[in-house]
Design a binder for this molecule. Structure first.
Ligand code: DGT
Ligand code: CA
Ligand code: CA
Ligand code: ZN
Length: 580
């Protein structure tokens, strides 16, 4: 269990207490603890596991907002995924109340009001109330909120039960390591949508070979993070782990490993197309192997490469297996040589304590250098982001000077560019005057407000900002937040054309909450000759590692190294960024 899982259970407890009308002090104590647990750098599950309870408790009490009784709660959460006060308060409601907490625009206060007025404790019930216009009758709620609520519920239904790629990736790696620890001959491969790098993951699919399936299943069922067994067969076992994530584990014979990997990596559509091709060529392809139709003899199966090769195809990287042209390209030897994480040399979107980041300029630069990068840009918010203490012209000019000084403290050759994530205002103007913009190395324009304009107006706003000669990168261009917020509606094709014409670059924002642009749109950019920049939008040094998720999106978009601007060394990057 990770700190953020623990934090989620604590904040849920606070929310449930609020819905139940408990007193503010208890609610605050859970929320405070949740906040500091979430950002605590040491893994709390590891501290709890230390053999010496006294030293462990001492460490736990160091966490702000954690006192004696809270250390007990932390231990209980790590041990069984809940705590008594949560279980107690949850008894007052139908368990579906937890779903309501996931709906954006709701929150504990509003759920409490809805519950006390209508005794509605599920998404279905609240949706019905909103449709009937009954939510607007409650204090401070109104028709607008009712509409937003209906939209938020639709988004929730679409994404419910799907996990962000970072969450799935972390859970899968841990389970893989655990399975491998059983025996040194065991091989474990992560298959399914996670191997294809999809932006959200429905469930995990793991393939295991080497080792006795019966014994391996026994080992699997002792996994500490298991919360339930779903199904168990001779060569297959499905479990639930952590916060109820479903996992399918399959145990395979070595000579079937390649065909099973091929089958269970998917996508379903790619698999169907490949099996049709096999039939046309006189084979039958299944998870057990590739067999000749005429005499049922085995033609391939041990490795994926050999299957693709026998079918006359170059090896297709998992990220491309969506039946969107990859089979023809593999036949004609024109698959792209996909970009790799190690190709990135810089990261030019990140925040510091000057606005809403949590580390200094120097700390961000040192962390980037330690990760092997050669340059970064500091891009704090502009003044329209008053809530995040956005910088005005004067503050930006001062920060530029500060950056030039701090760059000198870095080892020879490492560059810190001065940038800004400038708000795109409602009318399409940038939020800083030209004098300030002209002094910046990297100007990213992003929309953070007025996301609900009519599509026409939103398109005009974006077209207008593309006319600004200082804009070099369009930041998180569609504004979506995975499982939380749809993109703001606008005409992507028209904006892309304007971006292409003005020599502006599109961002692939690698934050797993965004992944924006998404794969299909990034591929459209490549087709229009627009270069991409893969940025982490880091607010903390640890976020720099999210770059790999951006690379995954880029790979799914068929991008090569040359399609991504920040694969260039620093001076060439800067030059290319400003070329129009
Ligand atoms: P997910 O879990 O919703 O994110 O997506 P996947 O792609 O991981 O789907 P999942 O877990 O249902 O199945 C894993 C792979 O197994 C899938 O990508 C392809 C294969 N597969 C599963 N069911 C079928 C099926 O009915 N037909 C075919 N051709 N392949 C299937
Ligand atoms: Ca899956
Ligand atoms: Ca599955
Ligand atoms: Zn932003």
């Amino acid at each position: 269990m990770e700190n953020k899982d623990i934090a989620r259970i604590l904040s849920q407890t606070g929310d449930l207490l609020e819905i139940a009308g408990e007193d503010g002090f208890r609610i605050r104590s859970y929320r405070n603890a949740a906040q500091s647990v979430e950002t605590w750098t040491e893994r709390i599950a590891d501290v709890v596991a230390e053999p010496d309870k006294k030293t462990a408790d001492k460490k736990l009490i160091e966490i702000p907002g954690v006192g004696k009784s809270m250390t007990g709660h932390l231990r209980e959460i790590v041990a069984r995924g809940s705590l008594v006060p949560r279980d107690e308060v949850l008894k007052k409601f139908p368990p579906t109340i937890l779903d309501l907490l996931q709906i954006r625009d709701l929150g504990a206060k509003r759920i409490a009001l809805i519950w006390s007025a209508y005794h509605a404790g599920s998404v279905d019930e609240v949706e019905k109330l909103a449709q009937e216009g009954k939510i607007r009758e409650l204090p401070r709620m109104g028709e607008k909120l009712e509409q937003n609520l209906l939209k938020a519920i639709a988004i929730w239904r679409n994404s419910a039960g799907r996990y962000r790629i970072d969450v799935a990736d972390n859970a899968a790696s841990k389970l893989r390591d655990y399975l491998k620890s059983a025996d040194k001959h065991v091989r474990v491969t992560i298959a399914g949508s996670l191997r294809r790098g999809k932006e959200t993951i429905g469930d995990l699919d793991l393939l295991v070979t080497g080792g006795d399936p019966g014994k391996m299943i026994e080992h699997l069922l002792k996994y500490p993070e298991i919360v339930g067994e779903v199904a168990r067969g001779e060569n297959k076992c499905s479990i639930r782990i952590g916060l109820n994530m479903h996992v399918d584990v399959r145990f395979l014979k070595p000579d079937e490993y390649g065909s099973a990997m091929q089958y269970f990596t998917g996508s379903k559509e790619h698999g169907v197309a490949l099996r049709q091709r096999a039939l046309r060529m006189g084979y039958t392809l299944s998870e057990y192997g590739l067999f000749r139709l005429k005499d049922e003899s085995r033609a391939a199966g041990k490795t994926e490469e050999e299957i693709y090769q026998t079918l006359g195809l170059d090896m297709i990287p998992p990220e491309l297996r969506e039946n969107s042209g990859e089979i023809d390209a593999a036949e004609e030897h024109r698959l792209p040589k996909l970009i790799e994480p190690g190709d990135l040399r810089g990261d030019v979107h990140m925040h510091t304590t000057a606005t809403d980041g949590r580390a200094s300029i120097l700390e961000m630069a040192q962390a980037a250098q330690a990760r092997g990068l050669e340059y970064i840009a500091i891009t704090d918010h502009s003044k329209a982001q008053a809530m995040n203490s956005g910088l005005d012209e004067k503050a930006i000019v001062a920060q530029i000077a500060e950056i030039r000084e701090i760059e000198k403290q870095m080892p020879e050759g490492f560059r810190i560019f001065a940038g800004c994530e400038v708000d795109i205002l409602k009318d399409g103007a940038l939020d800083l005057d030209d004098d300030a913009l002209a002094q910046l190395d990297v100007v990213i324009g992003s929309i953070h407000s007025h996301m609900n304009l009519e599509p026409e107006e939103q398109t005009d706003r974006l077209l207008r900002v593309c006319e600004n000669r200082y804009l070099r990168i369009l930041g998180h261009p569609t504004g979506r937040q995975l499982t939380r917020r749809d993109p703001y509606p606008f005409d992507f094709g028209r904006v892309l054309a304007a971006v292409a014409k003005r020599g502006i670059h599109m961002e692939i924002n690698a934050s797993p909450e965004r992944l924006d642009l998404r794969d299909v749109q990034a591929r459209m950019c490549k087709e229009k000759g627009v270069k991409l920049v893969i940025n982490t939008d880091a607010h903390h040094p640890t976020h720099l590692e999210n770059a790999r998720f951006g690379v995954t999106v880029a790979r799914r978009a068929w991008l090569e190294k040359k399609d991504v601007l920040n694969t260039l060394p620093a001076s060439k990057f800067l030059h290319a960024l400003h070329r129009k």
